[in-house]
Design a protein around this ligand. Structure first.
Ligand code: AFP
Length: 364
C-alpha cells in the first residue's frame, strides 16, 4: 500500500506555532520531549512481564508506597524516571511535579532552566498493568512564575498551584491496542497514532469534537451507597432508561483507567463521573486536580465537551495543594450541564428518609 502522506507531530507543532511568530521553538521542543518519554513508556508497557516489569515496585521490601498512599508498580517508577530523564536536560523547564513524587522536582545543574512547568501522572490506571488493560500517561504544561524564570531559583509547591485555565498545553498518551498521543496546545484537540515502524506519532484524528449528547455513562457503581443525591439522581435516571425521566436507554462502562475512558468519550461521547463522595470524608475525591482533572479537563473543553467538579467548572478551581484530590465529571456537554444543574437544585426529601423521620426521646 503506497505510504499515504501524513503529518507528523513535529510538523503539526511547527504549523501550530506559526500563530506565534516570535516563538523560539522551546514549547515545541518540550512537547516532543514529552512525546519521546511516552514512546519509551509505550515500549516498556508493551514488553510487560517479558521485561520483568509486572508487579509492585520494591516488592521484596513489601512494596513502596507513594505520596498518595498507593503501592507503586514497577512501571509507575520506571515511567516517572523516563519523564524526568527525557525532560530535565532540554532547558525548557523551570521544574516538574508528578503523582509519584512528594515534592516538586528541581532541574539539576548543569541543565539550564526554562520557562515552563511540566506536571504529570506518568502511568494512570497502573492497577490494570498486571492484567493487560489499557493504561496511559497524563501531562499538563504551565508557565513558570516570571520571577522564577528571571532568577532561575528553585521552585516551591506554590508555583504549581495555578487554575487549569492557565495551562499552555495538556494531553495524554494511551497505551492500548495502538499507542496514541492526544494533545491540545490551546487551539482544539488532535490525536496522533504511533507508527511503530517509523517511531513517529502521525496525525490521524485532527480537530476532535466530543458529541454534545450521549447514551453512555461511566462510574464505579460499587460506590453508589456513598454518592451525594445529585449523582444518585442522575445515575438512577440513566438506569431507568426509556421508561424513566430521560426517555432513552443508557449503556454503562467502567474500565478503571481514566485515560481509556477519556479517549472513548473524546471519540464517541459519554460522561465520566468520579464524584466527591462520602466513602472517605477526608478525601475531596479520588482523582488529583493538577495532573489528572486539569489536563483531561482542558482536552474536553477544547474539544467542545465540559469538565466540572459537579458544582463548578474544573478549570476555574484554584488549587490548594500539589496532590489535591477533587470530584470529577467530564464529557458530553449537555450531560455534564445536567449533572451541574442537579447539584444546584434542592434535594427532594423522600418522606421515608430516616434522617427526617419523626423523632422522640422516649422509647415506645
Ligand atoms: P490507579 O492508577 O491506582 O489504577 O487508579 C486509576 C484511577 O486513578 C483512574 O484512572 C480510574 O478512573 C480510577 O482510579 C479507578 O478507581 P477505582 O479503582 O476506584 O474504580
Amino acid at each position: 500500500m503506497p505510504l499515504r502522506h501524513r503529518t507528523t507531530l513535529t510538523q503539526y507543532l511547527i504549523e501550530e506555532r506559526r500563530r506565534f511568530p516570535n516563538s523560539k521553538g522551546n514549547f515545541n521542543a518540550l512537547i516532543l520531549d514529552v512525546a519521546l518519554a511516552c514512546k519509551a513508556i509505550a515500549r516498556a508497557v508493551a514488553m510487560g512481564e517479558l521485561g520483568g516489569l509486572y508487579g509492585d515496585h520494591a516488592a521484596e521490601a513489601g512494596g513502596a508506597i507513594n505520596v498518595q498512599g498507593e503501592t507503586q508498580k514497577k512501571l509507575d517508577v520506571l515511567s516517572n524516571d523516563l519523564f524526568i530523564r527525557m525532560n530535565e536536560w532540554g532547558g525548557h523547564l523551570a521544574g516538574m511535579a508528578s503523582e509519584e513524587m512528594d515534592h516538586p522536582y528541581q532541574i539539576p545543574k548543569p541543565n539550564p532552566r526554562g520557562k515552563y512547568l511540566l506536571v504529570f501522572d506518568p502511568l494512570d490506571g497502573s492497577s490494570n498493568i498486571d492484567v493487560n488493560v489499557s493504561v496511559g500517561s497524563i501531562f499538563s504544561v504551565l508557565r513558570a512564575p516570571q520571577d522564577a524564570i528571571d532568577s532561575g531559583r528553585d521552585l516551591t509547591e506554590q508555583d504549581f498551584l495555578q487554575p487549569g485555565a492557565t495551562q499552555a498545553a495538556a494531553g495524554y498518551a494511551l497505551y492500548g491496542p495502538t499507542t496514541m498521543l492526544v494533545l491540545t496546545v490551546g487551539n482544539g484537540v488532535s490525536a496522533f497514532t504511533l507508527d511503530p515502524n517509523l517511531g513517529e506519532f502521525m496525525l490521524t484524528h485532527p480537530r476532535l469534537k466530543v458529541p454534545e449528547d450521549t447514551q453512555e455513562f461511566a462510574i464505579n457503581a460499587s460506590n453508589s451507597r456513598f454518592w451525594e443525591p445529585p449523582i444518585k439522581r442522575y445515575v438512577d435516571e440513566c438506569l431507568a432508561g426509556k421508561s424513566g425521566a430521560r426517555g432513552k436507554d443508557f449503556n454503562m462502562r467502567w474500565i478503571a483507567s481514566m485515560v481509556a475512558e477519556a479517549h472513548r468519550i473524546l471519540m464517541r461521547g459519554g460522561v465520566f463521573m468520579y464524584p466527591k463522595d462520602n466513602k472517605d470524608p477526608s478525601k475531596a475525591g479520588r482523582l488529583r486536580l493538577l495532573y489528572e482533572a486539569n489536563p483531561i479537563g482542558m482536552i474536553m473543553e477544547q474539544a467542545g465537551g465540559r469538565a466540572s467538579t459537579g458544582r463548578e467548572p474544573m478549570l476555574s478551581v484554584k488549587p490548594s495543594g500539589l496532590h489535591q484530590r477533587i470530584g470529577l465529571v467530564f464529557g458530553s456537554k449537555n450531560e455534564v450541564e445536567r449533572i451541574e444543574r442537579y447539584h444546584r437544585e434542592p434535594v427532594e426529601i423522600e418522606n421515608n428518609t430516616p434522617l427526617f423521620a419523626e423523632r422522640t426521646l422516649f422509647r415506645d
